[in-house]
Structures are given as structure tokens and as C-alpha cells.
Design a binder for this molecule. Structure first.
Ligand SMILES: *[C@@H]1O[C@H](CO)[C@@H](O)[C@H](O)[C@H]1NC(C)=O
Ligand SMILES: *[C@@H]1O[C@H](CO)[C@@H](O)[C@H](O)[C@H]1NC(C)=O
Ligand SMILES: *[C@@H]1O[C@H](CO)[C@@H](O)[C@H](O)[C@H]1NC(C)=O
Ligand SMILES: *[C@@H]1O[C@H](CO)[C@@H](O)[C@H](O)[C@H]1NC(C)=O
Ligand SMILES: [Zn+2]
Length: 926
């Protein structure tokens, strides 16, 4: 799956645990949470309440049967039945081989009603056993077919079922999405199978290692188009039950996992391109395609595809790849083999309306899903506990594929901000977890959903990048290629990849201090990461598990004692770059011992997954270099120094003053990465302190720092032109956002004028696409009802999803409580705010200082509705809880938050607060 949901493990657990209890009216959420949590803990450790040993009470399928082929016909009804219900009917036959004799057929089936007695046929010489009884197990989501006699090992059988299911709007399994076009309501039937919802569409052996060939047929209205993984091989009009329908038959799939299936019936249209016999199509709403919104995606999909084919050195086995934009989609995108589905904002782009950020999102999401077409689809991890490898790799691949399509963007650098720094914040908590889990720890559908977290995506990507860097790209791709070739159409565990990489290492003559497996075990099997301290006075290098909250201890022990084999790339003022392997807790290196105005910088370009601390003297020298000749430090490391220093300060390893001093050089910096890194960290100060007396001095300091940047962009663009570089465009937005939020009058006037002009002439939006998010937010924050209502009207009229998103987010910037309360109410009405957008909307409101308490009250008051809609296994629910409590910093609030998510590492904030005011007043930015 593509990103689009970012949650921490801890918060993830909150959602899951709550799902276990039937919650009625809840007034004190934290209390109920802790009760539920303790109940749950008892359950999982008390053997007396363990379920039976019967196979249907186990979460994993027995190994007795192995599917070979399916023949599935589905008929989704895009009109409601007389009771207002949307349904689909289907028939499916599955041919399976009996591996071990048994008198039980256990097959996944969830929320499906059998409308005919299932039948069993033997394909061998012996007759099929008689069916004795059929029992549906709703908890474990099985249909259990008990047989009078046994199935014979080695023989094949065919099970035939006819069934009916609801085509509901729950964004999972076979579901429906709705939208309006020219005032007419349109309904789309579409799917999201990953991780465990194929069983909601038809009975199947729904585990990733149960690969099979699928023959898919869809029945649909002749006025609609049907899509599936394969190409269309037959299309006829027939009459079924008195209704004229088109029957579209698809070519059988390759051998594949159920979670990668997809079916779509819609009246979408497409644009296409053929590259070397590969058909690439972009499908979307007619209005969007006609407005050219698919063109950008079409132009970058081909190059990205070609890149991966070469990179993996394995041909793409399918003749086509469809990319489909859906109005309702719970994730960023889904890599279904040959039929990739996207949220509209992840695929559709409008030159005059969308920003460069929207553009980057599209190319990275496409690259992510294309990376999966091989890594994930062709070769699939055996079970969900290894998901991190699948998602980590695809997340790393995002940058490679995007770089190919947009070579001028330096997009590979951004992984440091978007993934490495982001996941450092989560992985430095005592409650983090290792990348890899044990197979038996990931059993239930909720547990499977839970593994799709930031650790899997972003830490996975970070360690894959580290691995590829220390092996060298050449050796890494060599091993990757033989791995894919060897395991194509089958399943693996992550150590299979290590083995192939080791072979590549051995045949290349590269030397490593340990085997690939030995090195990687420490990064994969233990949570967290080290802070490496280089003492340039003594030449001593030390590693220590980095925890943000120094008071905490890791929740779990580590067989490696929280020590790592750390590849330390480093440079000095007067020396070329070198690599040092830190293999012990403490080592001594004379190279690191320096004096005079020499300095040491480690973790060049942050290719290593660790933070760096120095002795005070070296810190001072680095600060001095930043002030006097910052070009001698690579731009990524200028961002690193800031982020490391701020986080070391949070962990009370260095002084807060040191952290703040790393931002002094920004007064003359114009590069995006250092600025973004600083703003991310300063935002945290704002989050914690914007209701305190720190706020004033903060505003003054940041205002002074940004002045030069604002002037730089004024000269460069006059706020009329678009800066040439991709990251310069981002930094132009930063300049505007920060200058306006710190009250620079030139800025606020500019923004007010633009928005006024737009309100006077709504047909012509004079605001540059890149600047819209910021301008809308500033104008709505400074305005009142008139501005808000105008934004709402424009939101309702917008036909480009990314434009809608910008307005939706900006409306949360309002500063009048009643406007925010009204907006919160709108989130309960799917006619106003789509279900997929409810969580992000509430979270945006909560991130506004005025909105935070309102959002918190709102969530508590509407707990039952929100929980029913987004609880269970939705990713957005934990995101919501995290979002609304993000700003909690008073002792009372912290207490509530600690109850919700224990071990979040927030105690240090109180301490930190005291040192901040003094530090700020001591800073001189001139
Ligand atoms: C699939 O089933 C349909 C109807 O039951 C049948 O007409 C068709 O031949 C079957 N296809 C395959 C490949 O078995
Ligand atoms: C099916 O019927 C529709 C309209 O009734 C027509 O446009 C279409 O060409 C027909 N398709 C086939 C394959 O006959
Ligand atoms: C660090 O990153 C920059 C920018 O991407 C690149 O130009 C430089 O070659 C990298 N340095 C090393 C040592 O890889
Ligand atoms: C570096 O070593 C010196 C001399 O032993 C010691 O005083 C200092 O505290 C050390 N600094 C760090 C950060 O370890
Ligand atoms: Zn993915």
C-alpha cells in the first residue's frame, strides 16, 4: 500500500484495543481506555480463557489444502435495491489440491451470505466426499465445510459457491464510492483487498502464500466499464434474471496472492500510452480526464516503469498497467497487480491549480506502487510479519523511480526529511518496536493492520537505504536481481534477501566486517537506533541506544543489548570521506582525534540510521563553520545537525541553547532542507509553548531569522514567478508561511490582498498554486465568517481533489471558535466531508491552537459515532487520537494523554520549558 496514514505503534494499539470492547456512551475516554487495556492484557496472558484448538478457532489456515485456480464471477449492483441497500452477487469455484488428508474444508469468507448450498466435485478418479454440514465462523472469518469422508492427499477438488454481499461504503473489500458529475450521482464499485478483505468479496484462501491463478468475470451495466487485473478477453451482452448486462471476461492472472486482486465497475474514462508492448492507462472521472488531470501521471508512469524493469532486471509479466483514481479511498494507493488504485490526490494533477507538492506526491506514489509490481507482487513475503520489507523497500523505491521521472528535483535527498527524520521521532520512544515481528505475534486482522505503520514504511526505507549505501548500489542491485529471479511467483522470508545480497557481496570481492545477516539482524530485530558520540578530544567513539525520554527504559529486552554494527561515514575539514565500522560499544580511533580549527562531521548525507553527538569543542567548531563557511558542510548534513541537536536537547544530552544555536546560520541560508529541518523542530516548540510566555521571544527570534529568506524570494520572484528549483519552490512557501505567521507586514499585506482579489472575483483565482495552502490558511485565520464561507463555497465547487484538500485544510485555520465548532459538526455529515477526509479534517482543527480543545471535546462527545465509523481496523482512528492530543502539554493534559498512550516520552517537556526562555533571550541572530 502507499502511504497516506502515519501512526505510531503505541497509538495504533489504542485503536485496536478499543475495538475489542463494545463501547456504549463514553464520557471519560482515558479511563475507559485503561480499563479496556487491562482487560485485554488479562485475556492474552490467561491460558484458561484461550480458545479451543479446533482449526476454525485458529487465525491461520491449516496446511491441508492448497488452491490452484479460481473462477470468480461478480455482479455489483450500482443501483440500490428496494430497501435502499447496495449489493453484489457472485459465484466462485476454486480448484484446490489436498496436501494432507482431512475431512474439513476451511476457507475464508467474511460477511458473505451463501445463497445456494456449496457443492464439492472431485477432479480425480475417486468420488468427492459428501458434505455433512457448513458452519460460518464470523470471528475467525471462515466458512467450515465438514465432510462425511476424507479428502485424499494428492487429489484435486473443486468447491463451488454462490453468494451475496453488501456493496457498502466502508472502503474495504468490494465497496462503493459515490460522486456527483453535473449534478448526477454516480456510483463506482471498487475494491481494497489488502490486507484481509478479499474474503469479503468471495470465499478464498486469503493468505499471501496461498497463491493461485484467478479467472475473473464481471457482470455490469452496458453503459459502464469493467476492469480487473488481467486484460479483457471477452465482452458480450446477455440477459440475467431479466436484466440486460455486459459480461466482461478477463485473461487469467499470473500466479498471485489474493490481497492483490482488484475489480472496478465505473463509467470512468481513460487516456493511454503504449511503451514496448506495455499498455499504460490512467482512469478517472470523466470530468477530471477531460480537464487533462491524468496527463502528468501518464507522462511519468512510463519512465518510472522502464526504470524499475531495468533496475530489477526482470521483465514485467503483464501486458498492461492501469492506474485508477477513486473519489473514496482510504489509503494513499494500492499496488494491485496490473490495476493500481489511487486516492484522487495521489494521481490527478492540474497544471494551473495543483502545487509542486501535489506533483511530488503523485510521482512518488506512482513509483512506490510500481516498485511493488515486482517487490511484493512477483515475489511476496510469506506472512504479514515481514511486511516491513515489502513496504520499506517500496518506500525506498519511491525516490529512485521519482528521480528517474524528474531528474532535476534532487528528490532522493528528501528521504532524509520525509522518512529518516520522521521515523527517528517514533523509533526513539521506549514503546517503539522492532521492524520484524514473529509470525505468531501477527495473527488477527487487527494485528495485521497494525503492522502497516511508520516503522514499517519509513524505518524500513531508511535501513534499506543504509544497506544499499554500505554494500554499494551495484552490489545491492545484483543481489536484489537474483533474489527476484529466484523467487518469482512465490513467497519468501526476509532472510532470503540477505542470502542473495551476501552472494553478491562474496562474488564482488567487497569486504564487510560481518555478514549481511549479522549486520542487519541488529537493525531489524531490535527496536530503536543508536546515538554515536564522537569525542574529538580523546578520539573515543561510543554508541548508546537513543531514547527521547531519558527517564524511560525500553519496553522489551534485546538479544543484542541495544548495540549495533554502525557504518560511520565521516569527513574532516582537510580529509576525504571515509567509512568506519563501529562494532563495539566503545572504540578508539586516532582519526577522530583532532585539534586546532579542524572539525569532524559524521553520517554524511544521513545514509546511516543513527544520530551523532560530539564533544562540546567539535560542536562549537561545527557551529562556527555553519556561520562562516556553511558550504563546506553538505546541505543534507546542515539539516542533520539541526535535527540531531534538537533531539539530543530533548533527550537532555546537550543544552537547549546548543540546539537553538544550530539555527543561527539560517539568517543567511536559502536552501530548503536546513530550513525545513529547523521549522519542523521549531514547530514543536510552538506546539508545546504557544500558550505560554515563550511565545513572544520565539516569534521575535524566528521573525528575525526569516526576514532575509523572505527578501531573497521577493527579489527572485517578486511573488509573481515560480522559482526554478523544486526544493526552492518549497522554501518559497516556507518563507511566506513563516514571515506571515511571525507578523512581517509585507507578507500579511500580500496575502490579504490576494485573497481579497479572489473573493471579489471568484472565477479567477490570482493565488499561485504552490502558495495556496499557506495563503488560504493565513487569510482564513486573519478573517472571519465571510472568508470562511467563501472558502466553503469554493471547496464545494472545486473539481480538482488537491484544490479541495487545500481549502479543507485551510478552513481549520479559522480562529473563531464557533466557526471551528460548526466545521467539526460538518465532519459528521458525509454529504459535506467525505469519510476518507474526516480524520484529517479533525486533526487539522486540533493542530490549531484555538481548535485543539474544541476538537478534543468534539471527539469525546461523538465518540460512539466516530468509533463505529473509524474504529475497528481503520488506520485513521489512531491517527485521530494522536492528532487531537498532539498539543497536550499541561500536567493535566499530559496525564490524559499518558493514559491514552503510555510511554509517549513527554515528561521531558516540562523540564525543557524552563530552559527555553533563558536560552532564547541569550540568542543573538545578527
Ligand atoms: C468459469 O465459470 C463460468 C460459469 O460458471 C464458465 O462459463 C467458464 O467456462 C469458467 N471458466 C473457466 C476458465 O473455468
Ligand atoms: C451491449 O449493449 C450496449 C447498449 O445496449 C452497446 O452499446 C454495446 O455495444 C453492446 N456490447 C456488445 C459487446 O454487444
Ligand atoms: C551527498 O548528497 C549530495 C546531494 O544529493 C550529493 O551531491 C553528494 O554526492 C552526496 N555525498 C556523498 C558522499 O555521497
Ligand atoms: C570527551 O572527553 C573528555 C576528556 O576525557 C571529557 O572531559 C568529555 O566529557 C568527553 N565528552 C563527551 C561528549 O564525551
Ligand atoms: Zn506499499
Amino acid at each position: 500500500m502507499g502511504k497516506g496514514f502515519y501512526i505510531s505503534k503505541t497509538v495504533g494499539i489504542v485503536g485496536i484495543v478499543l475495538a475489542a470492547g463494545a463501547l456504549a456512551t463514553i464520557t471519560a475516554l482515558p479511563v475507559v481506555y485503561s480499563q479496556e487495556k487491562s482487560k485485554n492484557e488479562v485475556k492474552s496472558t490467561d491460558p484458561t480463557v484461550a480458545p479451543s484448538n479446533e482449526p476454525w478457532d485458529q487465525w491461520r489456515l491449516p496446511q491441508t489444502l492448497s488452491p490452484k485456480t479460481y473462477n470468480v464471477t461478480l455482479w455489483p449492483r450500482l443501483q440500490p435495491d428496494p430497501t435502499g441497500l447496495y449489493i453484489f452477487t457472485g459465484m466462485s469455484s476454486v480448484v484446490f489440491r489436498c496436501v494432507e488428508k482431512t475431512n474439513l474444508i476451511l476457507i475464508h469468507s467474511n460477511k458473505l451470505n451463501m445463497i445456494k448450498q456449496p457443492t464439492l466435485t472431485a477432479l480425480g478418479s475417486k468420488p468427492a466426499p459428501t458434505i455433512e454440514s457448513i458452519v460460518m465462523h464470523t470471528k475467525t472469518q471462515y466458512m467450515a465445510i465438514h465432510l462425511k469422508e476424507e479428502l485424499t492427499a494428492g487429489e484435486s477438488y473443486e468447491l463451488y459457491t454462490e453468494f451475496l454481499g453488501e456493496l457498502s461504503d466502508d472502503l474495504g473489500g468490494f465497496y462503493r464510492s459515490e460522486y456527483y458529475e453535473n449534478g448526477v450521482k454516480k456510483v463506482v464499485a471498487t475494491t481494497q483487498m489488502q490486507a484481509t478483505d478479499a474474503r469479503k468479496a468471495f470465499p478464498c484462501f486469503d493468505e499471501p502464500a496461498m497463491k493461485a491463478v484467478f479467472h475473473i468475470t464481471l457482470l455490469h451495466d452496458p453503459a459502464t466499464v469493467a476492469l480487473s487485473n488481467g486484460v479483457v478477453i471477452g465482452k458480450v451482452n446477455i440477459t440475467v434474471d431479466g436484466t440486460l448486462v455486459t459480461r466482461t471476461t478477463f485473461a487469467p492472472t499470473e500466479i498471485m496472492s489474493t490481497y492483490l486482486l482488484a475489480f472496478i465497475v465505473s463509467d470512468f474514462v481513460f487516456i493511454e500510452q503504449n511503451i514496448d508492448n506495455l499498455q499504460i492507462r490512467i482512469f478517472a472521472r470523466q470530468e477530471a480526464i477531460n480537464a487533462g488531470q491524468g496527463e502528468y501521471a501518464l507522462s511519468v508512469t512510463g519512465p518510472s516503469f522502464k526504470f524499475f524493469e531495468k533496475y530489477y532486471n526482470v521483465p514485467y509479466p503483464l501486458p498492461k498497467s492501469d492506474q485508477v483514481a477513486l473519489p473514496d479511498f482510504s489509503f494513499g494507493a494500492m499496488e494491485n497487480w496490473g490495476l493500481i488504485t489511487y486516492r484522487e490526490t495521489s494521481l490527478l494533477y492540474d497544471e494551473g491549480i495543483s502545487s509542486n507538492e501535489n506533483k511530488e506526491r503523485i510521482i512518488t506514489v506512482i513509483a512506490h506502487e510500481l516498485a511493488h509490481q515486482w517487490f511484493g507482487n512477483l515475489v511476496t513475503v510469506r506472512w504479514w510479519n515481514d511486511l516491513w520489507l515489502n513496504e520499506g523497500f517500496a518506500t525506498y523505491g519511491e525516490y529512485l523511480g521519482a528521480d528517474e521521472a524528474e531528474p532535476d528535483w534532487n528528490i532522493k535527498d528528501l528521504i532524509v526529511l520525509n522518512d529518516v527524520h520522521k521515523v527517528f521521532a517514533i523509533d526513539a520512544l521506549a514503546s517503539s518496536h522492532p521492524l520484524s515481528s514473529k509470525e505468531e505475534e501477527i495473527q488477527r486482522p487487527e494485528q495485521i493492520s497494525e503492522v502497516f505503520d511508520t516503522i514499517a514504511y519509513s524505518k524500513g526505507a531508511s535501513v534499506v537505504r543504509m544497506l544499499s549505501t554500505f554494500l554499494t548500489e551495484e552490489v545491492f542491485t545484483q543481489g536484489l536481481q537474483t533474489y527476484l529471479d529466484h523467487f518469482k511467483f512465490s513467497n519468501t522470508v526476509y532472510t532470503d534477501l540477505w542470502e542473495h545480497l551476501q552472494r553478491a557481496v562474496d562474488s564482488s570481492g567487497t569486504t564487510l566486517p560481518r555478514t549481511v545477516q549479522e549486520i542487519m539482524d541488529r537493525w531489524v530485530l531490535q527496536m530503536g537506533f543508536p546515538v554515536v558520540t564522537i569525542n574529538t578530544t580523546t578520539g573515543q567513539i561510543t554508541q548508546e541506544h537513543f531514547l527521547l525520554d531519558p527517564e524511560t527504559k525500553p519496553d522489551r529486552p534485546s538479544e543484542f543489548n541495544y548495540e549495533w554494527f554502525v557504518p560511520i561515514s565521516w569527513t574532516k575539514k582537510e580529509a576525504a570521506q571515509a567509512l568506519y565500522w563501529l562494532l563495539q560499544k566503545t572504540e578508539q580511533s586516532d582519526h577522530m582525534k583532532i585539534s586546532g580549527d579542524e572539525w569532524v562531521l559524521a553520517n554524511i548525507n544521513v545514509t546511516g540510521y543513527y544520530r551523532v553527538n560530539y564533544d562540546n569543542e567539535n560542536w562549537q567548531r561545527l557551529l562556527n563553520v555553519l556561520q562562516t563557511s556553511r558550504q563546506s558542510i553538505p546541505v543534507i548534513n546542515r539539516a542533520q545537525i539541526i535535527d540531531d541537536a534538537f533531539n539530543l536537547a530533548k533527550a537532555e544530552i546537550v543544552e537547549t541553547t546548543l540546539a537553538l544555536r544550530t539555527t543561527l546560520f539560517l539568517a543567511s541560508e536559502t536552501e530548503y532542507m536546513p530550513w525545513e529541518s529547523a521549522l519542523d523542530n521549531l514547530d514543536y516548540f510552538y506546539l508545546m509553548f504557544d500558550r505560554t510566555e515563550v511565545y513572544g521571544p520565539m516569534q521575535t527570534y524566528v521573525g528575525n531569522q526569516v526576514k532575509n529568506l523572505f527578501d531573497y524570494f521577493t527579489t527572485l520572484t517578486n511573488w509573481e514567478n515560480v522559482p526554478p528549483g523544486h526544493t526552492d519552490q518549497y522554501n518559497q512557501v516556507n518563507a511566506l508561511r513563516v514571515a506571515c505567521s511571525t507578523g512581517l507586514e509585507d507578507c500579511t499585506t500580500l496575502v490579504k490582498t490576494w485573497f481579497q482579489q479572489w473573493m471579489e472575483n471568484p472565477k479567477v483565482n490570482p493565488i499561485k498554486p504552490n502558495l495556496r495552502s499557506t495563503v488560504y490558511c493565513s487569510a482564513i485565520a486573519a478573517g472571519g465568517e465571510k472568508e470562511w464561507d467563501f472558502a466553503w463555497e469554493m471547496f464545494e465547487k472545486a473539481t480538482v481533489a488537491s484544490e479541495k484538500d487545500k481549502l479543507r485544510t485551510a478552513m481549520a485555520c479559522a480562529t473563531e471558535p464557533w466557526l471551528l465548532n460548526r466545521y467539526l459538526k460538518y465532519t459528521l455529515d458525509p454529504g459535506k466531508i467525505r469519510k476518507q477526509d474526516v480524520t484529517p479534517t479533525i486533526v487539522s482543527i486540533a493542530s490549531n491552537v484555538v481548535g485543539q480543545p474544541l476538537a478534543w471535546d468534539f471527539v469525546r462527545a461523538n465518540w460512539e459515532y466516530i468509533f463505529n465509523q473509524f474504529g475497528g481496523k481503520s488506520f485513521s482512528f489512531p491517527n485521530l487520537i494522536n492528532g487531537v492530543t498532539n498539543r497536550f502539554s499541561t500536567p493535566f493534559e499530559l496525564e490524559q494523554k499518558l493514559l491514552l498512550s503510555p510511554g509517549m516520552g513527554i515528561v521531558y517537556q516540562t523540564l525543557w520549558f524552563q530552559t527555553t526562555i533563558t536560552s532564547l533571550s541569550g540568542l543573538d541572530s545578527s
